[in-house]
Design a protein around this ligand. Sequence first.
Ligand code: FES
Ligand code: FES
Length: 168
Amino acid sequence: MTKQPQFTVTDKPETLNVTFHLNGNETTLYVAPSRRLVDVLRTDLAMTGTKISCEIGRCGACIVLVDGVPHNSCLLMIYQCEGKSVETIENLQHEKPNRVQQAFLEEGALQCGYCTPGMVMALKGMLNNKENPTYNEMKEALAGNLCRCTGYGGILRVLRKLSSDDID
Ligand code: FES
Ligand code: FES
């Protein structure tokens, strides 16, 4: 009987250096390239402000900005961050509330707060790229974010407050 070749399956995937800017700081990590950004943030770096829920790009809880644009960090592999600039909700914690955060506070737009970091980052990314968005454009920017507890009333008031018009 011919001897079958033996293959070894390892649970330790190859690792590599990934260098990117994280909240303004150059960061190099030695990680498996297929790790998801959200897991690296939350598990390796203890940055738990970025939330995780659906894990399939449907809820927006995990949104961070990559080069200023909102991305679901559950769908981004860490190797895709090489050379990029990643901004998380933690980058806002040392400032006085920015205008998105202030609007959430003033309008009581959170209950458990689980969806809030993703929403704040989605709106921040939107406002980074468009100075005076309309109400409908603001709604479009939050189309990928789900909230399970507020009923959206406060969140819609936030959008109205941040928009250049108040037309639904
Ligand atoms: S956890 Fe990433 S979109 Fe829901
Ligand atoms: S405030 Fe609880 S999920 Fe939105």
